[in-house]
Design a protein around this ligand. Structure first.
Ligand SMILES: Nc1ncnc2c1ncn2[C@@H]1O[C@H](COP(=O)(O)OP(=O)(O)OP(=O)(O)O)[C@@H](O)[C@H]1O
Length: 374
């Protein structure tokens, strides 16, 4: 297998690594394409977070459960996530989707080690096969709410971050050039000299704010990037450009991306390599994003013609509105609550959940193989 062919930055590891775990490299796991899907790929800048010696981040989680203390004194703890298993690897974009309140942000926070007080978690979360914390600067988290200085212009905010975050050995001119490139990649070239603004003073738009926040976190090219609702507040074209840029950088530099996404349009959905679909704290589906439509069809909930698959998934599993009846290929129409039970059971079949476990085992094998002394 050729790790270097799939992850160009991994060629040095490939040369040193013995023949593959089972004859396949990471992208051969289940045929998921991790190369950029759009043709125009910007020339790669030098990497700071990693080098050829850097295998990237393989993140795996098994049987993760999250509980929060009940609101009333003496009340039973409330389960937010139950038995969640999955993985994300270098060069991939994993999308976490599901109805509002299903636990997307909680899963993201759990994987990023950011759960607040009063919340308990169980299960195993491994980074490159180990229970470890990433070194400063190797991971980044873009939250739903951006914290930016309202009096600065976009250019000033990004330059300031570049000055603080990029290595001290990097010349100032190079830092500015890199910041300029990142600003333009995020489609903020025209807003460079506009004030960010805030509650009292009008500045850039909400969607532009979101992009500035992503810019700040992308400056250092983190090896692991968590994004909470990266496309909220963006129109469909901006959503597509922002996500395709992130997917391109991920593929080019072996970055692992985990993003909680609300309602992606069809073009954005096509950019995701893997999908983790949650409903009310449970896994509905985990696997290649391109395989989710088939999973729904096999389970009796085919996507109607001309409907965006991600819309179909979310409509099928949203039981917040009692009257919702979902379309089923079977004789009787079903409620969303019934659909969730059917899909959850279907995912537990060997064809799906065991595949996820197999991939995790393969990932752990690859990581231990890469880490072995030569
Ligand atoms: N600290 C907490 N205390 C009590 N309940 C919590 C806490 N954190 C999360 N929850 C509950 O857990 C559930 C999942 O919340 P979470 O924010 O992860 O959902 P989400 O899928 O990201 O929602 P949205 O798409 O609306 O942002 C919600 O019902 C929420 O009320």
């Amino acid at each position: 297998w050729s790790l270097g062919r799939i992850f160009p930055w991994a060629s040095a590891w490939q040369r040193r690594a013995p023949a593959g775990v089972d004859g396949r490299g990471p992208a051969g796991f289940d045929g998921v394409e991790v190369a950029p899907r759009t043709a125009a790929v910007a020339p790669a800048p030098a990497r700071w977070a990693g080098t050829d010696e850097d295998p990237g981040v393989f993140l795996t989680w098994e049987d993760v459960c999250v509980m929060v203390a009940g609101a009333a004194y003496g009340a039973q703890p409330v389960s937010i996530l139950s038995g969640i298993t999955g993985h994300a690897g270098p060069g991939e974009v994993l999308a976490i989707m599901g109805p509002s309140g299903c636990g997307k942000t909680t899963l993201l926070d759990t994987l990023a080690g950011r759960l607040g007080p009063g919340i308990t978690e169980t299960g195993s979360i491994l980074i490159n096969g180990r229970r470890e914390k990433l070194a400063f600067g190797t991971s980044a988290y873009v939250t739903q709410d951006s914290v930016l200085m309202s009096t600065m212009s976009v250019r000033e905010a990004i330059y300031y971050s570049a000055q603080l975050q990029l290595p001290g050995t990097m010349p100032a001119a190079e830092k500015r050039a890199h910041a300029d490139a990142v600003i333009r990649e995020m489609g903020l070239g025209d807003a460079m000299d506009t004030r960010i603004g805030g509650r009292m003073t009008k500045g850039i738009s909400g969607g532009q704010r979101k992009r500035v926040t992503i810019c700040v976190e992308m400056l250092t090219r983190p090896r692991l990037l968590f994004l909470d609702e990266p496309t909220s507040g963006l129109d469909s074209a901006a959503s597509y450009h922002v996500m395709s840029h992130i997917a391109r950088v991920a593929a080019r530099e072996g970055m692992t991306v985990v993003a909680a996404v609300h309602q992606p349009c069809g073009d954005v959905f096509d950019l995701f390599h893997r999908l983790c679909l949650l409903a009310y704290g449970r896994t509905i589906f985990f696997g290649p994003a391109s395989g989710a439509t088939q999973f729904f069809t096999e389970s009796g909930f085919p996507c109607p013609p001309l409907r965006n698959p991600s819309d179909h998934f979310l409509r099928t599993i949203n039981k917040d509105f009692d009257e919702e009846i979902v379309e089923s290929s079977k004789a009787r129409r079903k409620t969303a609550a019934e659909a969730i039970e059917i899909l959850t059971d279907a995912y537990q079949s060997p064809a799906y959940s065991e595949k996820t476990m197999d991939r995790i085992a393969e990932m752990k094998g690859i990581v231990s193989c890469l880490q072995a002394p030569f």
